[in-house]
Design a protein around this ligand. Structure first.
Ligand code: IMP
Ligand code: MG
Length: 179
């Protein structure tokens, strides 16, 4: 495993992203939506830098690869607070192809919020399949599979305090171990 973004770099990037959010969104009350499970660590760190009156909610997005190449996304929205008329900031761990955030945004829009903003820790270069501009991005990364700071491989590694690239043989080992 090789470190891609160190603990100190994460702190700097998240502080800088929260300064942008404070500056652009001002003192309007904000409802932050944590997209579980990957963004749980980011949200915990991010919201402690935000200065507006803030409510916190969550939804869960998980994708399962069945027999097809396209994975199917399941949203569990029962933890969402009332969003009608609210300014909402959706926070996710990574923008990869964009399908997850696109579906999450579509669902949130049906709840009639006043405004919807998006923030991600990572945006993977060269992978985007959905036309979508993320409002706040902490780091752009190359097209490699990363873990740590909330991001998982087969539900492991979320607890690493840094972001690391998982190498081929580690992916194989983990696959063998779970077989
Ligand atoms: P999407 O392709 O933008 O829909 O991203 C789908 C989901 O795949 C993300 O929310 C992550 O949970 C996961 N994902 C994508 N790339 C990575 C990665 O490099 N490491 C860990 N999870 C990833
Ligand atoms: Mg995941």
């Amino acid at each position: 495993m090789k470190t891609l973004i160190s603990q100190a770099e994460l702190e700097t990037g998240i502080t800088s992203m929260s300064a942008d959010i404070n500056k652009q969104l001002g003192s309007t009350p904000l409802t932050v939506i944590c997209v579980l499970t990957g963004s749980i660590i980011l949200v915990a760190d991010l919201i402690r830098h935000l200065e507006m009156p803030l409510r916190l909610g969550a939804l869960s997005a998980s994708s399962y690869k069945g027999n097809t190449d396209r994975s199917e996304l399941t949203l569990d929205t029962h933890l969402l607070p009332k969003l009608k008329g609210q300014h909402v900031l959706i926070v996710d761990d990574i923008f990869d192809t964009g399908h997850t955030l696109n579906e999450v945004i579509k669902h949130i829009q049906t709840l009639q919020p006043a405004a919807v903003y998006t923030a991600v820790l990572l945006q993977k270069n060269g992978r985007q399949e959905i036309e979508l501009d993320i409002d706040f991005v902490a780091f752009e990364i190359p097209d490699e599979f990363v873990v740590g700071y909330g991001l998982d491989y087969q539900d492991l590694y979320r607890n690493l305090p840094y972001v690391a690239v998982l190498e081929e043989h580690e992916i194989r080992q983990a696959t063998d171990a779970s077989a």
